[in-house]
Ligand binder design. Structure first.
Ligand code: GUN
Length: 293
């Protein structure tokens, strides 16, 4: 049976470390780290994620501000809110929870966040720095996956990694980080996406598969080779009347079929998701300490 890459436990350990570092920093007269989150609209999943982020701030001793706006806020008004937080010296990090309503240009909004406060690592300067191997803030999900691979000492050097999905916030940065020098890193990387032909031929060659395409249970048992490491970034709410919430969370991997063939695998929930939060807190602490800019 595989080793489960326990993101929940690893995230907790990292958060404990961040809490200790924060307490020491504040005891020495440092400013308490402060994360601001902007949430637009009523999307249930986004509300849950942002609430998790705010609670995590409390847990590690950060301040947090949650700014909520109706789905019909104009792009201009939202940009003004970003500017106000950019100008607020008490706030170290700002995230705008995605997705945003269709009438708002996401790039315009994320580009407006000052790179120094862009703890999500979405700004072109931070993406560029990561790409050049001079990282400032690395986008939280790929960063969390790297930390999970590190924690479990998953051998990545020289391995063939197939990333499924080319999103700005997961697939592309993941492919870059895994191809870079380092440990984890030094992989040979193939990026696959919706136009890829013979996807199964690709994934069958992979020592490491990162599934980040957002299609529940897409990666089947016959698509991975024996002994592969499987990272599941997907998290989709699927209706389930037997659950109190009315839904269950399903990853991009058909876990029951893939797990028996894997050497390492992340569960959903409790795998990549909690690591994203630990990374965000880490970036916010770095910002409060003025460690990168
Ligand atoms: N939506 C899904 N993942 C993320 C993330 O890492 N950051 C933000 N801001 N929104 C998201």
């Amino acid at each position: 049976m595989p080793t489960i890459l326990d993101g929940k436990a690893t995230s907790k350990a990292l958060q404990d470390q961040i809490a200790e570092e924060t307490a020491a920093f504040v005891a020495q007269g440092g400013k308490k780290p402060h994360l601001a989150a902007i949430l637009v609209g009523e999307d249930g999943a986004s509300q849950t994620y942002v609430n998790h982020k705010v609670k995590a701030c409390e847990r590690v001793g950060f301040s947090s501000t949650l700014k909520r706006f109706p789905a019909d806020i104009t792009e201009e008004a939202l940009l003004e809110e970003v500017e106000a937080i950019n100008a607020n010296d008490d706030i170290d990090g700002l995230i705008v929870q995605l997705p945003l309503p269709k009438h708002i240009n996401v790039t315009k909004v994320t580009d407006r966040i000052r790179p120094e406060k862009d703890v999500d690592g979405f700004h072109p300067i931070n993406v560029g720095r990561m790409t050049l191997g001079q990282p400032a803030y690395i986008s939280a999900t790929p960063f969390g996956i790297m930390k999970l691979l590190e924690r479990y000492e998953v051998e990545t050097s020289g391995k063939h990694c197939v990333v499924i999905g080319r999103s700005d916030i997961v697939g592309r940065p993941m492919s870059i980080l895994l191809s870079q020098k380092g440990n984890p890193g030094d992989c040979t990387v193939t990026i696959c996406h919706s136009r890829t032909k013979n996807l199964k031929e690709m994934t069958l060659q992979a020592d490491i598969v990162v599934a980040a395409l957002g299609i529940p249970e897409f990666l089947k048992g016959d698509m991975v080779k024996e002994g592969a490491t499987v990272i599941d970034v997907g998290i989709t709410r699927v209706e389930d009347a037997s659950k109190k919430s009315g839904f269950r969370l399903v990853g991009d991997v058909d876990y029951a079929a893939v797990a028996p063939k894997s050497e390492f695998i992340t569960p959903v929930p409790g795998g990549v998701g909690p690591m994203t939060i630990a990374s965000l807190l880490y970036n916010t602490m770095q910002s409060a300490k003025k460690a990168v800019y």
